[in-house]
Design a protein around this ligand. Sequence first.
Ligand SMILES: Cc1cc2nc3c(=O)[nH]c(=O)nc-3n(C[C@H](O)[C@H](O)[C@H](O)COP(=O)(O)OP(=O)(O)OC[C@H]3O[C@@H](n4cnc5c(N)ncnc54)[C@H](O)[C@@H]3O)c2cc1C
Length: 398
Amino acid sequence: MICPEPSELQELVRDWHQQALPWLAAGSCSRLQWGAPVLPGSGESEPRVLSTRKLNQLVEHCAGDFTVTVQAGMPLQTLQEELRAAGQWLAIDWPWGSGPNGEASGTVGGLVARGLAGGLRQRYMGVRDQLIGLSLLRADGTAAKAGGKVVKNVAGYDLMRLFCGSWGSLGLITQLTLRTYPLPRHRRGLLVQGPLENLEQLRRRCLQAPLMPQRLDWWSAALAGHGQPALLLALASVSSAAITDQLSQHCEAAAALGLEVQGLDADVLLELESQSRQGSGAWLLQLGVKPASAAALLADPALNGVACCLAAGPGLGVAWAEAATLPSYRVEQLRQRCRALGGQLSVLLQPASANPPLPCWEASPASAVIEALKREFDPLQQLARGRLPGVVQTTVSR
Ligand SMILES: Cc1cc2nc3c(=O)[nH]c(=O)nc-3n(C[C@H](O)[C@H](O)[C@H](O)COP(=O)(O)OP(=O)(O)OC[C@H]3O[C@@H](n4cnc5c(N)ncnc54)[C@H](O)[C@@H]3O)c2cc1C
């Protein structure tokens, strides 16, 4: 792994381009192995990794404009601490596998390169919607910029969002400008457990309530415990009274549906949120379905014994399980089920014993366009060789 100084970066990338060397862009390498494996160059046993660890400065926080500009290798945890001191935050969950206070949550560049957000997306939208500007190095070392530093930008070709979710396959992200939000003054929630069809009725009600939930997450029975699924609801507002009012209405509705309700203060809410992104398991799956079909997915026998947390609004989430709990054929069934419910499933991690091994993702209907873009940005196929989201790989990740 190479961690160049910012001043050395461009020359290094140009040099590798002249030699046509394959390499992989990385942040802190916390989740580099997720997804399809990256092929090393000829004569190399491991892919050459370029980490942005030394590109870790906060460039500018315009608190009045609610924007922040950072270098790509800035740890997400450090950024949130800096913003908190100014009463603001990036309205994004800690990624799966992070500690309770965002330990090992990776870098801001890695976050944007993967382009995924958790249940907070319900209220604040996804990473790509919070991205305002981006600087990058192309495979040949050419520096480029997209977007800007203000929330309203001139319309044009949207290079920024192309890089959001590109998994390091199109170029190296060097700097980002993101939208910030004021820290919510009051925060409380509910954990509601019971039969799936009754929870589904409550889900619809919560999403139509005047106070938009900050999160409304489905928990599978294996994650919630006691043999039944649950909904985790979080509300945030400047007004504590508004939260009290909404929560009491939701509690009444839940009671009428015969559901079991646990009130959560801010600290317990944080603990449960932390629980929903931590677990062990040789399988880690990223899955999504049409929001209205999430309950149908949770009811599917293929999810039996599998911990799964799905944001109820967008219908996206993760599932994890030990190898012994989940044979490959059931993951394949789950994939088919997700497809039938209008979504998809990506295999981020799988056990060495998986038989047959599964491809990380299926071919996207846009795979021809994705491959054409790849050729445009990276004609020598240097970047993340063998790993292109939406294009099926022949090898698999273990
Ligand atoms: C709530 C939430 C949920 C998430 N869920 C998922 C999920 O289900 N699946 C998932 O894959 N990710 C998910 N992520 C994103 C994941 O957390 C990030 O990949 C991780 O935080 C980045 O850690 P890292 O900096 O150590 O990156 P690394 O582990 O070093 O790299 C991660 C990926 O980003 C690329 N990359 C890193 N830095 C750059 C850069 N500067 N330029 C270009 N490419 C770069 C790498 O090539 C690699 O593909 C989620 C994030 C959040 C906030």
